[in-house]
Write a protein that binds this ligand. Structure first.
Ligand code: PMP
Length: 378
């Protein structure tokens, strides 16, 4: 098998899985219970949370565990809108967000909020002047993804924060950092709110994280009892928190070394694929090397994906969460419907080998020739 879909999800790291199994087996008490089993579980959970807060240099109380990045995005965006309705009803997002953000925006519009979409250039970089123009006294929140999930376009969050705060110091800044964590350095100090997900960094599926600066208040969307955390009440999933903490520790080291290796793989694939007449490479200077997006101008991406799958090679058509639709990110970058209609995303990892890339390229050529021929005969 050649797995080149690491941006959809990652295989769980063995040590992370071990820590999940161990904490499930040896810490069965509810951390909210007063007896010694509960106390033991709570101590383990708190030490895992402390490790995460140390890595990001934030307070433990600023971290809320969620079911994933989708839930973190919901809590952050809807929660801040509901909490700040007196200030206004205006929200700004980019045109390069994950589909979960647009679903939230649709909901917000249905209850009376106004959403503006900030422009970007052909590289995928946010247009700073447009952002400045769009921020108003009633702008509650700006949400801009750190790394785009389809093309890997990376935004300069620190600079974006400065622009936002200069225009309106009350406007909150949220970033979906799901595709950034474990690939590039992330800093929560660049934002007021951030979303993360464990399954993108070789962690377990079913847990994510919302960072919320202590000065920010959100209206909770969920109500319950028995939790130290007001935003996601209920019994905390101790093994998920413990193994997520382990995954974060493992994923945030050697980033430069891993990136250099991945860049060589990515360069090699680009070098090869740019020789094809009917393929466009949707990769700009601000795209991180872990994600490579291409447009198959004459072949349906889905057909190509399934043809690769016959050889146990796995890639994705735009994002796994929006399969079958036109790529909004490629459209936002190139304004070209045809280019955005048949995109493949190839995503690499430090686990990818040169041998896998060579095999991938060989099968790619073979399938491309076969499907191009079929197309001509149609
Ligand atoms: N945001 C981004 C940028 C993503 O890539 C994804 C996963 N495709 C999500 C949010 C959703 O994450 P989760 O699966 O943890 O809900």
């Amino acid at each position: 098998m050649i797995y080149l879909d690491y941006s959809a999800t990652t295989p769980v790291n063995y040590d992370v899985l071990e820590s999940y199994i161990r904490s499930t087996r040896d810490f069965s008490g509810n951390p909210n219970s007063l007896h010694s089993l509960g106390v033991k579980s709570k101590a383990l959970m708190n030490s895992a949370i402390k490790q995460i807060s140390d890595i990001f240099n934030v307070l433990e109380s600023e971290l809320t565990f969620t079911s994933g990045a989708t839930m973190a995005n919901n809590l952050a965006i809807i929660g801040s809108c509901l909490a700040n309705m007196k200030q206004g009803n205006h929200v700004i997002v980019s045109k390069l967000e994950h589909p979960s953000i647009y679903s939230i925006c649709n909901y917000l519009e249905s209850i009376g909020f106004e959403i503006s979409y900030v422009d970007n250039d052909e590289d995928g970089l946010i247009n700073f002047d447009d952002l400045k123009r769009k921020i108003r006294p009633d702008t509650i929140l700006v949400s801009i993804v750190a790394v785009n999930s389809e093309t890997g376009a990376r935004q300069p969050l620190k600079m974006i924060r400065q622009i936002i705060k200069k225009e309106n110091s009350q406007t909150l800044f949220h970033s979906d950092m799901t595709q950034a964590l474990g690939k590039i350095p992330v800093s929560f100090h660049d934002v007021d709110l951030a979303s993360l997900s464990a399954h993108k960094i070789y962690g377990p599926k079913g847990i994510g994280l919302l960072y919320k600066n202590s000065r920010v208040s959100l209206t909770p969307l969920l109500y319950g009892s028995g939790s130290v955390n007001l935003l996601n009440p209920g019994t905390p999933p101790v093994p998920l928190i413990v193994s997520f903490s382990k995954a974060i520790r493992l994923a945030t080291v050697d980033l430069d070394k891993r990136e250099n290796f991945i860049k060589r793989l990515n360069d090699r694939v680009i070098e090869e694929l740019k020789q094809y007449d009917d393929i466009k490479i949707n990769h700009s200077k601000i795209c991180i090397p872990h994600i490579l997006n291409i447009s198959l101008m004459n072949i349906k991406a889905e057909t190509f994906l399934h043809a690769l799958e016959e050889y146990e090679i796995y890639v994705s058509t735009n994002t796994a969460c929006a399969s079958g639709e036109i790529s909004t990110s490629v459209m936002a970058m190139y304004q070209d419907v045809r280019r955005a209609s048949s995109t493949l995303r190839i995503s690499f990892s430090h686990l990818t080998t040169t041998d896998e890339i060579n095999k991938f390229l060989t099968y790619f050529r073979m399938i491309y020739q076969k499907l191009s021929l079929l197309k001509k005969e149609e």
